[in-house]
Design a binder for this molecule. Sequence first.
Ligand code: 13P
Length: 261
Amino acid sequence: MTYKRRPVVVGNWKMNLSLTEATELARGLLERLASLGEGESSAEVGIAPSTPFLSAVINCVEGSDLGVSAQHMSHHRSGAFTGESAPSQLADIGCRYIILGHSERRQYYGETNESVSLAARAAHDVGLTPILCVGETLSQRDDGETLAVVLKQVEEAFKLLSAEEAAHTICAYEPVWAIGTGRTATPEQAQDVHYAIRQHLKELYSEQVADRVRLQYGGSVKPGNATGLMSQADIDGALVGGASLDVDSFQTIIHIASTDQ
Ligand code: 13P
């Protein structure tokens, strides 16, 4: 029998919202989650505010099941790295997840497969669950390189993780051309890549590990397209950007992910 993976939906707020807006959104979401019936809220839910608001948002959600994620961190333990956050510092303030290798970080801030691999290692060392982001650009897709690019990113990101750690890691497939563009992968396109990622994890580790790793889809996920995506066999949730800034839209996506598995 295959393992039943719990869906996981995380809202990546990126560099948006004021302090008041961020705490209000967190409180609003908590109220919505509390009002959902059992089957409607079976998904694990997280939110990723901008770094300056992590503590404030963590205070708002304390004692609830809603987890908080940082959007990036250093892979170094401590030291002279101006502007960076250390893994242990994020764990100290109560973060549960860390998004690593997001395409915006790869494109603008020099994150590489190598730095993602080191940061994934560092995350597990302090008990943070990494959300490892992978995805191809439009030209890579057009050139037929999607699987080669994505599987290489997966291999590197997991490189320093044991089987047990890998099983407790989340991987988000976010085609770069679908992020913030309103253009989303079709459920079939997304499923094809998710399936390939899971097969690759099976080769790298084992079937048991591959069965446990949760694979999110990200890239213009909205209430209107979530049903098709979330019903795919290897899609275990979503990493949501724009639609997570609106409590109604995010709640709907959580509901769909909870019920469409
Ligand atoms: P959008 O949902 O705004 O396309 O962003 C996706 C994303 O980058 C989540 O990490």
